[in-house]
Design a protein around this ligand. Structure first.
Ligand SMILES: CC(C)(COP(=O)(O)OP(=O)(O)OC[C@H]1O[C@@H](n2cnc3c(N)ncnc32)[C@H](O)[C@@H]1OP(=O)(O)O)[C@@H](O)C(=O)NCCC(=O)NCCS
Length: 189
């Protein structure tokens, strides 16, 4: 069996759900990205943000990620954006520079169609192509769908932080999951 932290054993096919294209996010996609994220911030605990960011803030974040060399993707059915995913710095200090943290959000009306999996699989490929070596998922409130999504693409559990968030009047844990990218720790960067 492969060591999932050093040499991922489970492939990351990016075969999208039928009729859904995975492509780089453009500025024109950002209002849909904002709406998808706003719903999940306002109704769920996957994100520990409390107030949905406005479009200007979403644009600022997207621009910083793309100009920083990180992948930002949408899943689109024709002109309709159904979900998005991006990788960003895991932590800002420079020794972390070969590690990324992923984020994946799918329109609540399109869950369970393989869109999250297609987005995350392509995000893994794009992150490997850019030379990143580890991808970390910080899963707010141990959301089961997110844990299942990450496990299906070879992420393994890397720890659990207790009561690090407080949202909707209760304490929320975080689950950490991790997956090697490319050669992982098998070679220097
Ligand atoms: C997590 C999320 C992105 C999954 O997207 P999705 O398009 O519904 O998921 P998919 O249909 O691609 O399913 C991916 C895998 O997760 C599993 N899964 C999806 N929803 C599930 C659920 N509610 N319970 C258990 N497993 C679930 C699927 O069975 C599938 O597993 P498989 O590949 O082994 O068959 C989506 O539920 C979402 O946007 N949730 C809110 C935000 C969030 O939690 N984002 C993650 C933050 S890092």
């Amino acid at each position: 069996m492969n060591d999932p932290l050093g040499h991922p054993g489970k492939g990351a096919s990016s075969r999208p759900a039928a009729d859904v294209t995975i492509r780089a996010t453009t500025e024109a996609d950002l209002s849909a990205v904002q709406a998808i994220y706003a719903h999940h911030v306002a109704t769920g605990t996957a994100s520990f943000e409390l107030e949905p960011p406005e479009l200007d803030e979403i644009r600022r974040r997207w621009s910083a990620l793309v100009s920083g060399g990180y992948p930002h993707l949408v899943a689109a059915d024709g002109a309709t954006v159904l979900g998005y995913a991006y990788a960003g710095a895991y932590r800002p200090r420079p020794a972390y520079r070969h590690s990324v943290e992923d984020s994946v959000y799918v329109d609540a009306a399109a869950h369970g169609r393989g869109i999250g999996r297609a987005l995350l699989a392509r995000l893994i490929e794009e992150s490997e192509r850019r030379g990143f070596r580890q991808m970390v998922a910080v899963i707010g409130d141990n959301v089961p769908a997110s844990i299942a999504l990450h496990a299906s693409l070879g992420f393994v559990h890397a720890g659990r932080l207790t009561a690090v968030g407080f949202k909707f009047g209760r304490w929320c844990d975080s689950t950490l999951m991790q997956r090697a990218l490319g050669p992982g720790d098998g070679a220097p960067p």
